[in-house]
Design a protein around this ligand. Structure first.
Ligand SMILES: Cc1cc2nc3c(=O)[nH]c(=O)nc-3n(C[C@H](O)[C@H](O)[C@H](O)COP(=O)(O)O)c2cc1C
Length: 331
């Protein structure tokens, strides 16, 4: 049982922070499909302090998506503390610190996974943020910089000593990025040593994987990233599997269409007509995975920026008719 002030969660299923994806519309969709805790996209501590408009939009949270963790990255302990205080005003249940991002835009500037090369700095950042706010602070990290410098056990000890309340491990190194496998053995080993709750993450692509991660590692919660975007129903499927031992594997076409239209509506509502329309372009393929005619649908939708027109195309989408037109085009 995870018990952190207002946050009380029993073996939670958690939406991973994903830059460019875990915005309000996706979080509301995932809330509907059964996740227990949402992570925002990460935000840069300096951009929070300078009140960058796009960054402030990213730390906005709604009451209906709670509980929510807002994730922060940066390399200066003082700025991280100041940004954390601002973030606390947005009302999340948790502030999470990113010590795992391998992207050059983050680690290339000394933040995210780069801090795994400087554990005294990691310690100062954790202490500064923990002391700056009243709400619990968690941290998300990787195994270490590369295979020859795996330092996760030292990192985890520093988290505990500096007052971090919960941690997430994505057991790959920075150099690995997303290559190879997420080595759950480390989650299992760390769980045996750790006093704070441990969230396991990495390579959950079907409901059975989540159950296996709980059983194999004894972790306190599981976090799902890429598959949540590809299959937003995965949270409901995992819950059913845990509760009744089975789940609906093939989401029917009507449900796919319903949730896609709902996601489009939420995108327009919360991101605005243009941004919402453009952001949705990344997602149609996932909603209609393996549905005949989706290529044609996308082609038509991408030609329009008119929400009413796009909604009508989605509502009228009929795989059989669209499939025929695809065949005709090939001929
Ligand atoms: C597009 C994308 C964006 C990501 N952005 C973040 C981020 O902002 N913060 C973070 O801690 N991890 C980020 N991650 C990593 C995920 O949170 C997660 O740790 C990783 O994808 C492994 O989990 P998965 O196998 O379930 O996808 C991102 C991953 C992807 C694919």
């Amino acid at each position: 049982m995870i018990n952190l002030l207002s946050l009380k969660l029993d073996r939670p299923l958690i939406l991973a922070p994903m830059d460019g994806y875990t915005n309000i519309p996706l979080r509301l969709i995932i809330k509907e499909t059964g996740a227990d805790l949402m992570f925002t996209e990460f935000v840069n501590s300096d951009a929070v302090i300078y009140e960058n408009k796009k960054t402030l939009d990213k730390i906005r949270i709604l009451s209906e998506e709670r509980p929510v963790a807002i994730q922060l990255f940066g390399k200066k302990p003082g700025n991280m503390a100041e940004a954390a205080k601002i973030i606390e005003q947005a009302g999340p249940e948790l502030i999470d610190i990113n010590f795992g991002c391998p992207a050059p835009t983050v680690s290339g500037h000394g933040s995210g996974s780069a801090i795994l090369k400087d554990l005294p700095l990691l310690s100062r950042i954790c202490e500064s943020v923990v002391q700056a706010v009243k709400i619990p602070v968690s941290a998300k990290t990787r195994l270490g910089w590369d295979d020859s410098s795996i330092n996760i056990f030292q990192t985890a000890k520093i988290f505990e000593e500096s007052g971090i309340s919960m941690m997430t491990l994505h057991p790959r190194t920075k150099v690995q990025k997303f290559k190879g496998i997420s080595d759950w053995e480390y989650i299992k080993m760390l769980k045996r040593e750790l006093k704070i709750p441990l969230i396991g993450n990495g390579d959950i692509v079907k409901p059975e994987d989540a159950v296996r991660m709980f059983e194999y590692t004894d972790c306190d919660g599981v976090m799902i990233g890429r598959e949540a975007v590809k299959n937003p129903w995965i949270f409901r499927q995992i819950k059913d599997l845990l509760r009744i031992g089975t789940y609906e594997a093939d989401i029917n076409f009507e449900e796919r269409k319903r949730l896609c239209i709902r996601h489009y509506d939420l995108s327009v509502q919360y991101l605005g007509e243009r941004k919402g329309t453009l952001e949705m372009r990344k997602l149609y393929q996932n909603y209609f995975r393996n549905v005949p005619g989706v290529k044609n649908l996308k082609k038509r939708i991408f030609e329009s920026e008119e929400p009413a027109e796009i909604k009508k195309m989605l509502e009228d989408f009929n795989p059989e008719i669209d499939d025929l037109s695809e065949i005709e085009q090939v001929e």
